[in-house]
Design a protein around this ligand. Structure first.
Ligand code: FPP
Length: 239
């Protein structure tokens, strides 16, 4: 019987639009309910002893959606932190937002910076939003940062190794916890959509047909229990 420890969970929260459509409502209603579910699942993760929860909230490709939907999504962090900051503080949650934040509208930028600042000294679960995040862009940025150091003679080419690459990713500050142990994608889609391509090298995957707004603590607990029984070999052989 395996007993894998789940320290870092990543979730692709998919299916908000379909959930709203099934209810006969406009898409933004799905995003609103999806946002509310972030709180439930965050608290559930905390209870399960998870240390880092990384949520894919807005991708660098999501700008291609209709203007009104993009505006609604950009305002979600404002709503989320307004509503849930007291709960996050009470539960000692530290907020991290990773992505290309300088491209965010001013108000969104301020709100996410404030949330990180306010929770900076919290020592519990790290709630890590991937917001305006794209993994290929992240890898390009890491490569550029390293190449610049080589050009400036601060690094030798032979210093470049996996550890250095990991530290230069947007998850680099998570140290030992930068790679997820488990990735969940809701809504029945089975693809990565430019999410954490470097960090997911040895991650276990779980897919569920549940749409994000209807994904419950019970669904999560079941997936986590299944994960704990899996046999992770990291490319090695059985003992
Ligand atoms: C994918 O569903 C979901 C998104 C693009 C947005 C996810 C955002 C949240 C759940 C809220 C995030 C909360 C904060 C605080 C930022 P979709 O719209 O692609 O659904 P569909 O595939 O059914 O159309």
């Amino acid at each position: 019987m395996e007993n894998n420890s789940l320290k870092h969970l990543a979730i692709i929260m998919d299916g908000n639009g379909r959930y709203a459509k099934n209810m006969g409502k406009p898409r933004f209603v799905g995003h609103q309910l999806g946002m509310e579910n972030v709180e439930n699942i965050t608290l559930a993760c905390d209870e399960l002893g998870i240390k880092v929860l990384t949520l894919y909230a807005f991708s660098t490709e999501n700008w291609a959606r209709p203007k009104e939907e993009v505006a609604f999504l950009m305002n979600l962090p404002v709503k989320f932190f307004n509503k849930f900051m007291p709960t996050l503080m009470k539960n000692n949650v530290r907020v991290k937002i990773m992505g290309f934040l300088d491209q965010l509208p001013e108000k969104t930028y301020q709100v996410v910076q404030d949330a990180m600042e306010q929770t900076r000294n919290n020592t519990g679960l790290v709630l890590n939003f991937a917001f305006n995040y794209g993994s290929r862009k992240e890898i390009v940025a890491a490569t550029q940062a390293i190449a610049q150091k080589v050009a400036d003679h601060e690094l030798q080419v032979s210093d470049i190794d996996e550890e250095l690459l990991s530290r230069n990713m947007l998850t680099g500050d998570l140290g030992d916890l930068s790679d997820p142990d488990l990735l969940i994608r809701t809504s029945g889609e089975e693809r990565l959509s430019n999410f954490l391509l470097w960090q997911l090298a040895y991650t276990e995957f779980a897919f569920t047909d549940k749409l994000w707004p209807e994904f419950t603590k019970e669904d999560l607990t079941k997936i986590v229990q299944d994960f704990q029984k899996r046999h992770r070999r990291f490319g090695g052989l059985d003992k």
